[in-house]
Design a protein around this ligand. Structure first.
Ligand code: 1BN
Ligand code: ZN
Length: 333
């Protein structure tokens, strides 16, 4: 039943793309270039829906394992030079051991050429800390935006790179365990409250010194919560501190493509996220993330609630993020 639903969603998305419903609006400076025809927002949307259809992808769950295997299979099918699932053990803030699975793929030979790293988390939060209904707060969330959106966009970028390779090498890291961190709404007293209780998959990955003996990326771009309807992406402060030049280039690229209303060229907040640990590992990293919602001054109202579902995902937001990143990658050499 689920397989049929997934197949139908994807078929509809691909038909919509080939029929041109994904075409960008015509007009001066709007959404042009090869990256536009290669990035299909309806296909990215279908990839988000597929993840959500698996159920919550909490670390160690069957759904998370299935999700990691599906991501790896898709990357292989798109023609990645290598794809692997890396398992790691981590400890949650409350001491519970977690079996994490990070998926790593490389496009373009490791022959000394310049490389870029793209990453997103695919895991989802095991609790709905921000849910108004207290009775449902300890239940896992669907994570359509917080988790599935960045992964869906990266998978669509991978599909484009398979058909039209970039001049630079592109590494892709799909991380587990980003969203199992401490919050006082769900954690018992006496547990580890530090920021390092978040982003466990990324910390585990860079703890293995993954670029020893190979070319490390010049910079990294993290996509997190890039699918919300009406989203705005402000410049994130840790990104500006580590990689202002990359932030400048991304936001300028977005404006040139006609997404200047979505990529707001103004300073936003400082967000604890996977990019911090990438920058700490010596790879300057930028986070594209909706984190200045007008209703909250922070994340969107559906954040860490059961309403983080497909109703809130807009292909137009996925397109703005994916098209911008792909366009920048195609300019790299
Ligand atoms: C981002 C999305 N994060 C979790 N889901 C990281 C985060 C943790 C952001 C704590 C703010 C506070
Ligand atoms: Zn989250």
């Amino acid at each position: 039943m689920r397989a049929l639903a997934i197949t139908t969603a994807l078929a509809a998305a691909l038909a919509a793309c080939s029929a041109g419903s994904n075409a960008a609006p015509a007009g001066e400076g709007a959404h042009g270039g090869a990256a536009d025809s290669l990035f299909c927002a309806d296909s990215a949307y279908a990839r988000v829906a597929e993840q959500v259809a698996l159920g919550p992808r909490t670390p160690g769950s069957d759904a998370a394992r299935e999700c990691a295997e599906r991501i790896a299979a898709l990357l292989d099918g798109y023609g990645a030079d290598s794809t692997a699932i890396h398992e790691a053990e981590a400890r949650r803030f409350d001491g519970q051991p977690l079996r994490l699975r990070n998926v790593f793929a490389r496009f373009g030979a490791d022959d000394g050429r310049r490389r870029i790293l793209l990453l997103a988390h695919y895991d989802t939060r095991p609790w709905a800390d921000m849910e108004a209904d207290a009775a449902r707060r300890m239940q896992p969330i669907p994570g359509a935006n917080d988790g599935a959106s960045g992964t869906g966009v990266l998978l669509e970028i991978a599909r484009a790179l398979g058909r039209h390779p970039a001049r630079v090498g592109v590494d892709m890291l799909f991380v587990d365990g980003e969203d199992s961190g401490y919050s006082d709404a769900i954690a018992p007293a006496g547990t580890d409250e530090s920021a390092d209780t978040w982003c466990l998959g990324t910390q585990a990955w860079f703890g293995t010194d993954p670029y020893r003996g190979s070319t490390a990326p010049a910079y990294a771009i993290l996509l997190d919560m890039v699918g919300g309807a009406g989203a705005r992406f402000h410049r994130e402060q840790f990104s500006d501190a580590a990689a202002a030049r990359v932030v400048d280039r991304l936001w300028a690229e977005a404006a040139a493509l006609g997404y200047g209303d979505i990529f707001v060229d103004a300073t936003g907040g400082a967000v604890v996220d996977d990019h911090i640990y990438v920058s700490r590992a010596g790879i300057p990293a930028v986070d594209i993330i909706e984190h200045m919602h007008p209703a909250t001054g922070s994340f969107a109202p559906v954040w860490h609630t059961h309403a983080d579902n497909m109703d809130n995902i807009d292909p137009a937001t996925l397109r703005a993020a994916g098209h911008t990143v792909l366009s920048l990658i195609y300019k790299e050499k």
